[in-house]
Ligand binder design. Structure first.
Ligand SMILES: [Mg+2]
Ligand SMILES: [Zn+2]
Length: 191
């Protein structure tokens, strides 16, 4: 049985965007994040994190560090009774310092590779997906995949909106204060 899915950006959407987060101690989860995921779980949405982590390709941290950060995040969510159905990360960068990551991949947002892989691996109803993020590039990812898009004000969101909002040819479908507001929007509108 296929389910609707919400693709969720990580840095600036689930946690404080502290630049390149190179240690679990620097990974600070927003206090409302677990409630948002729990709400989406309750209403039958799969929650899938899609995150660009070019800091790996740049050599600022490695995949092991990212795994430890994700373990911390999943522990937090589990303690709060929230379930994440998948985490997809892109370690690549066209200018990566580490050769194996130096590619023009199809997973780096706004490309849709991570969303495609998730849809192939999880029971996702492709016609009912949502993309939530704090950068316009997250929104473009959603447009490229055919998802409904919600831009949050946390992270880079407010600044990007104030600086560039006027010039967006296609604005995000919805604006939300934060991830919890976005989750409430999804379940109330059933968009
Ligand atoms: Mg972000
Ligand atoms: Zn990639």
């Amino acid at each position: 049985m296929l389910k609707p899915a919400v693709f969720i950006d990580r840095d600036g959407t689930i946690n404080v965007d502290g630049g390149y987060i190179n240690h679990p101690d620097r990974f600070i989860i927003y206090p409302f994040a677990a409630q948002a995921v729990r709400l989406l779980n309750l209403y039958g949405y799969l929650c899938v994190i899609v995150t660009n982590q070019s800091g790996i390709g740049k050599g600022f941290y490695d995949e092991g560090v990212m795994e430890r950060i994700h373990a911390k995040m999943l522990n937090h969510f589990a303690r709060e009774g929230a379930r994440i159905d998948g985490i997809y990360a892109c370690p690549h960068d066209p200018n990566a310092k580490i050769p194996k990551y130096r590619i023009n991949c199809d997973c780096r947002k706004p490309n849709t590779g991570m969303l495609k892989t998730a849809t192939a691996q999880l029971p996702i109803d492709e016609s009912k997906t949502y993309m939530i993020g704090d950068k316009y590039s997250d929104i473009r990812t959603g447009f490229n995949f055919g998802s409904a898009t919600i831009m949050v004000n946390t992270g880079y969101g407010l600044g990007e909106r104030q600086l560039h909002g006027e010039s967006w040819e296609r604005p995000p479908d919805f604006a939300a204060e934060n991830l919890l507001h976005a989750a409430k929007l999804i379940i109330s509108k059933n968009i």
